[in-house]
Write a protein that binds this ligand. Structure first.
Ligand code: AMP
Length: 637
C-alpha cells in the first residue's frame, strides 16, 4: 500500500509532508526548498509551464501569464467574489453565476486546473524524494471553505493524479502538529494563522479526541505581502531621495525590489538591523540603505493590528472570553515576526514580560496564570502540512490514540552540528509522547552519525545532561544526502526509547535510555534557573554556531563554483568573489578557542556581502545548468 502524503495547498506557498517511522517531516521540492510557491507560469500556447520558485520569479516580469493566489478563486462563482479580489495581474472572468475562469494564451482554465499543476509538482517531487509512487493524499483547506470550495480542492487533487483521502481543516491540522489532541477534553484553542496573503483566526474545541471548529474569522486580503508592499514603497521613496530612478514603472526593477523587501523583512525577524543593497539599479546608480527592526515595526504596525478585530469577533462568535482559552498557536510564515508575536500576546493576554522586550524566541511557550498559553513550539509555516501528514498516518492506521499521563520535567533532544542541543521533546510535554526529526550529515562521506541524547534547557550540548550515546551507520554519501530519522518515545512508564533509522537502507537502532521523568525537583529547578541566568550568552552561542555553519557552507559552495567556472568568469569579478570569501574566512578565524562564540554581526555582514557578490555567479551556474538540460533534450546543439 503506497504512503499517504499530507499536503498544505496554500495561497502563497504549498508543502508536502509524510510520516516515516512515526516521524512527520516536510519534503523538499526539486529546488531543495520545503516551501513551494503556489505559482504557475504559462509560457506559451503549446502548454509549456513552470511551477513553484521558477514561476514566482516571473510574477512581476510576466504578470498576465503567471497565476498566483488561485486559492482565492477555487470553487467560487462570479457572484461570490468581491471586485477587489478580482484585481490580480492575470485575466480572470467571473460572470455572476458562472464558475471563475482564467484565460491565458487563448485557453480558459478553471482554478482547480491551475491548482492541479501545483499539486502535480508536489506529487512528483515527493515521489523523487521518497523513491516510490505517491497516489494518495490528505489535503488541507481553510475552515471556512464551503462544500463547493472543498469539492474543487478535491478535484484539483484528482486532476493531479491523486486520490484525495480527506480534506482536513487547516487549523485542525495545525493543532494536530502541535500535539494538542493530547490535551484534556474540552480544551479550547485559538489558531492564529497569518500567511503571505491571508489571515485566519479559528477557535477549536477538543471533544472526545476530535477537534470541532467553534468559530472562524479572518481576512482573505491581509498577510505578509501587505508588509512587503509597505517596504517596497519605503525603499522606492528612499531611492528617489537619493537621486535614483523612479522604479515604480520598471518591471524588472520592481521584481528586484519585491525580492529585497521580503528578504529584508524576513531577516529583521532575527536581526535588529539589516543592510539593503541594490547594486546597478541603473548602470550608474547603486542603492544601499539600512533598515532597523524598530523602523519596520513602525511601517507595518497598523497592518498587523488589523488582525485584532478578527480575533475578538471570532471569540465573540464562539461565545467565549479570553480566560476560556487554553492555548493560542501560531501558523503561517508571517507569525515569525517578533511584532506579530508581541501583538498576539497582547490581544490574547498571553504574556506580559516578553511583550515588553519584543524578543519572543522560537520554540518556546509563555503563559501567565490567568491567560492562555502562547505555544510557538512548532515551525509555523510547516505545522499545517505536518498535521496533514499526521492525519494521513492516522487514516493509514499508523498512530493509535494514547492515554494522558504525566509531563516531561525537562526538554529532551540530541546534539547537532557545532555542539548545540536540538530539542525533540520540549519540557512540559504530556507523556506518553512520540516525536522526532530528520537529520543529515555535515561532512562529505561520513560513515555514521553519533546520536548523543541530552536532557536540559541550555543551548549548548555540553551544558546539558548526557543520557547516552550511540552511532548509526549508513552508506557513505555527500553531505546532506543521508537521512536519519531520530524518534524519541517516552512510554507510559516514563522510559525514553530512542530510535534512529537510516531511511535509505531502513536499518535502525533502538536504545532504551533511563527514565526521562525521574529527575529530582531540585535538579529541575537548578537547570531551569541556570537556563534563565545564562539565557543571553546561550543565545549568543547558538547564533554564532548557526551563522558559522551557514557561512562555512556558503564558503565551500563558492570555492567549488570558483574552481568549476574559473574559465567562464572575468578576472576582476573572480577577484571580487575571492575577496568576499576571504573576508568571511577572516571572521571565522576570530572564533574563540572553545569554538562557540565569535562576532555574529561581523560574520553576518561578511556573509551577506558574499551572497551579494555571488549572485552573478549563481545566474551563471543556472544558465549553464539550463544549457546542459536543453542540450540533453536535444533542443540545442
Ligand atoms: P505562508 O503563507 O505561511 O507560507 O507565509 C508566507 C509569508 O510569511 C510570506 O509573506 C513570508 O515573507 C513570510 N515569512 C516567512 N518567514 C518569515 C520570517 N522569518 N519573518 C517574517 N515573515 C516571514
Amino acid at each position: 500500500m503506497s504512503k499517504i502524503v499530507g499536503i498544505d495547498l496554500g495561497t502563497t506557498n504549498s508543502l508536502v509532508a509524510a510520516v516515516d517511522s512515526g516521524i512527520p517531516f516536510v519534503m523538499p521540492d526539486s529546488e531543495g526548498s520545503r516551501l513551494t510557491p503556489s505559482v504557475v507560469h504559462f509560457a506559451n500556447a503549446q502548454g509549456h509551464i513552470l511551477v513553484g520558485a521558477k514561476a514566482n520569479r516571473l510574477r512581476v516580469i510576466k504578470p498576465s501569464e503567471t497565476v498566483y493566489a488561485v486559492k482565492r478563486f477555487i470553487g467560487r462563482r462570479g457572484s461570490e467574489i468581491e471586485r477587489e479580489e478580482m484585481l490580480v495581474t492575470y485575466p480572470v472572468r467571473g460572470e455572476a453565476n458562472a464558475p471563475i475562469t482564467i484565460e491565458i494564451h487563448g485557453r480558459a482554465m478553471t482554478p482547480e486546473e491551475v491548482s492541479a499543476e501545483v499539486l502535480k509538482k508536489l506529487k512528483t517531487d515527493a515521489e523523487t524524494y521518497l523513491g516510490e509512487p505517491v497516489t494518495r493524499a490528505v489535503i488541507t483547506a481553510p475552515a471556512y471553505f464551503n462544500d463547493a470550495q472543498r469539492n474543487a480542492t478535491k478535484k484539483a487533487g484528482e486532476l493531479a493524479g491523486l486520490t484525495v483521502e480527506r480534506i482536513v481543516n487547516e487549523p485542525t491540522a495545525a493543532a494536530l502538529a502541535y500535539g494538542l489532541d493530547r490535551l484534556r477534553d474540552k480544551s479550547k484553542i485559538a489558531v492564529y494563522d497569518l500567511g503571505g496573503g491571508t489571515f485566519d483566526l479559528s477557535i477549536l474545541e477538543l471533544n472526545e479526541g476530535v477537534f470541532q471548529v467553534l468559530a472562524t474569522n479572518g481576512n482573505t486580503r491581509l498577510g505578509g505581502e501587505d508588509l512587503d508592499r509597505r517596504i517596497i514603497d519605503f525603499l522606492a521613496e528612499k531611492i528617489r531621495q537619493a537621486g535614483g530612478p523612479d522604479v515604480t514603472g520598471n518591471l524588472s526593477t520592481m521584481a528586484r525590489l519585491r525580492e529585497a523587501a521580503e528578504q529584508t523583512k524576513i531577516k529583521l525577524s532575527s536581526e535588529t538591523e539589516v543592510e539593503v543593497a541594490l547594486p546597478f539599479l541603473t548602470p550608474d546608480f547603486n542603492f544601499t540603505c539600512r533598515l532597523r527592526r524598530a523602523e519596520l515595526e513602525e511601517l507595518t504596525r497598523d497592518i498587523i493590528a488589523r488582525t485584532r478585530a478578527h480575533c475578538l469577533r471570532s471569540l465573540a462568535d464562539a461565545r467565549l472570553e479570553l480566560k476560556d482559552l487554553d492555548q493560542v498557536i501560531l501558523v503561517g510564515g508571517q507569525t515569525r515576526m517578533p511584532l506579530v508575536r508581541q501583538m498576539v500576546t497582547e490581544i490574547f493576554g498571553c504574556s506580559e514580560f516578553e511583550a515588553a522586550t519584543g524578543n519572543i524566541r522560537l520554540g518556546e511557550t509563555y503563559h501567565r496564570a490567568e491567560g492562555p498559553m502562547l505555544n510557538t513550539s512548532q515551525n509555523p509555516d510547516e505545522a499545517v502540512a505536518l498535521g496533514a501528514a499526521i492525519q494521513a498516518e492516522i487514516l493509514a492506521g499508523g498512530f493509535k490514540n494514547l492515554l494522558l499521563l504525566d509531563v516531561t520535567p525537562l526538554s529532551l533532544g540530541i546534539e547537532t552540528f557545532g555542539g548545540l542541543m536540538n530539542v525533540i521533546i520540549p519540557r512540559n510535554s504530556t507523556i506518553p509522547i512520540k516525536a522526532g526529526e530528520m537529520f543529515t550529515t555535515a561532512a562529505d562521506h561520513q560513515p555514521n552519525m553519533l546520536i548523543h541524547v541530552l536532557q536540559g534547557e541550555r543551548e549548548r550540548a555540553s551544558d546539558n545532561w548526557s543520557l547516552g550515546k550511540f552511532t548509526i551507520d549508513f552508506e557513505r554519501a555527500p553531505k546532506g544526502v543521508p537521512r536519519v530519522g531520530v524518534q524519541f518515545e517516552i512510554d507510559a512508564n516514563g522510559i525514553l526509547h530512542v530510535l534512529a533509522r537510516d531511511t535509505k537502507s531502513g536499518k535502525q537502532t533502538i536504545v532504551e535510555m533511563k527514565s526521562a521523568v525521574d529527575v529530582s525537583d531540585a535538579d529541575v529547578q537548578r537547570m531551569v534557573e541556570e537556563s534563565v541566568e545564562h539565557a543571553f550568552e546561550d543565545l549568543k552561542a547558538r547564533q554564532w554556531v548557526e551563522a558559522k555553519m551557514r557561512a562555512r557552507d556558503t564558503v565551500l559552495a563558492t570555492r567549488k563554483a570558483l574552481a568549476d567556472f574559473a574559465t567562464d568568469m572575468q578576472d576582476d569579478y573572480r577577484a571580487e568573489v575571492e575577496a568576499a570569501v576571504e573576508a568571511v574566512e577572516r571572521v571565522l578565524t576570530t572564533e574563540d578557542p572553545n569554538g562557540q562564540t565569535g562576532n555574529v554581526g561581523e560574520l553576518k555582514t561578511a556573509h551577506a556581502r558574499l551572497d551579494q557578490a555571488t549572485k552573478p555567479l549563481a545566474d551563471l551556474m543556472m544558465d549553464k545548468a539550463m544549457e546542459a538540460a536543453l542540450r540533453r533534450r536535444g533542443a540545442i546543439q
